[in-house]
Design a protein around this ligand. Structure first.
Ligand code: WQD
Length: 338
């Protein structure tokens, strides 16, 4: 009997890659999404790539009746909860929308799980819960703080799951703190497709490379880093997807809960990434140094040891591969899924 896993936010960037990884790992996957930040076309692409049927339900994780219907129909043994808004700047301007969707959606999902006797959840958290790092690399016992409403929803989401586990020890949760997800499926058929102007570095660089944007604005070159530009721990979305498979297997094979970093342990600067992307794409990436972006930290990268020790997982794909796979997706889909 195949274990049924429900993915919320299933047609999103990281979820769609995780969908394929879970099916290849032998899980039966059901996806739910309201397409608030993704395209239905992802389902067509997944159907091309997937080793098994694509089972999908349109719906909002904040809709209790709809979530009950989905659980009644599919009876998931576990949930991987991706559904959330994720733009830091937007969260500052629209805090209520972020608290309503990100926290309301998590609470409603957990209430539905409880009603249906489902007590295993993998939660999409973020390195943003570390705020401004005091020491690097970042270990899971580092201080946490929220520097924006989006980060607050991730920190509070972890707290909600911890509190549920205290109230009912039969609950098992895996909080996965993503560093900087980038890249795309090696086929080039699915990838990151941000709506409007990309907030994040690699999708912006990709759009410059493919000619959709004229140049990159580099947010500051006066940081205390090797070349003055921001340093981050970029992780291939395929490695990230495998981290979810490993975490789910851990929940099924063990008692208790965990919180782990999903990063490579290697930091790269903005200019490192620009050079790597130029090498991968054969395109020049014009850029201009501008003022720092409010809220940015100088450097952030993971200590990935705990995920390796607990899950037997570590990132395998390097920066060149991240850029090559991103470029294949971008130049074969210059307008994304539209
Ligand atoms: C990376 C570096 C920028 C864009 C954010 C969220 C985090 C997670 C990942 C959701 C920084 C520089 C960027 C640009 C630039 N999201 N940059 N020009 O800020 O580390 O993390 O996205 O979970 O929660 O905080 O990622 O890709 O935005 O920035 O110079 O046009 O690139 O200053 O140094 P960040 P990013």
């Amino acid at each position: 009997m195949m274990t049924v896993v429900l993915l919320t936010g299933a047609t999103g960037y990281i979820a769609s890659h995780t969908w394929l990884a879970l099916q290849h790992a032998g899980f039966r996957v059901v996806g739910i999404d309201n397409f608030s930040n993704s395209s239905p076309k992802v389902l067509e692409r997944l159907a091309e790539l997937a080793p098994a049927a694509i089972e999908f339900e349109t719906g909002d994780v904040c809709d209790s009746a709809r979530m009950n219907e989905v659980f009644d129909r599919h009876r998931p043994a576990a949930v991987v909860h991706f559904a959330a808004f994720k733009a830091v700047g937007e969260s500052v301007n629209q805090p209520l929308a972020y608290y309503r969707n990100n926290l309301g959606g998590l609470v409603n999902t957990c209430e539905t799980m409880k009603r249906h006797g489902c007590s295993r959840i993998v939660f999409s958290s973020s390195a943003t819960v570390y705020g401004a790092p005091e020491q690097l690399p970042l270990r899971e016992d580092a201080a946490t703080s929220a520097t924006n409403p989006y980060g607050a929803t991730k920190l509070m989401g972890e707290q909600i799951l911890r509190d549920i586990g205290v109230a009912d020890p039969s609950w098992q949760t895996a909080c996965l703190r993503y560093f900087n997800p980038v890249g795309a499926h090696e086929s080039g058929r699915i990838g990151e497709d941000p709506r409007g102007t990309p907030n994040n570095l690699m999708p912006y660089v990709a759009q410059v490379a493919v000619g959709r944007r004229a140049k990159l604005s580099v947010f500051g070159d006066d940081y205390p880093t090797p070349d003055g530009t921001g340093v981050r721990d970029y992780i291939h979305v395929t490695d990230l997807a495998e981290g979810h498979v490993a975490a789910l297997r851990w929940l099924l094979d063990n008692a208790g809960s965990l919180t782990v970093n999903l990063g490579t342990g290697q930091g790269y600067s903005v200019l490192d990434l620009v050079r790597a992307y130029e090498a991968a794409s054969g395109r020049s990436i014009p850029y201009e140094i501008v003022a720092r972006r409010a809220g940015d930290v100088a450097a952030c990268w993971a200590d990935p040891a705990l995920a390796r020790e607990l899950l037997g997982w570590e990132a395998k794909l390097n920066l060149a591969r991240m850029c090559e796979d991103s470029w294949r997706w971008q130049h074969t889909n210059p307008q994304g899924f539209n």
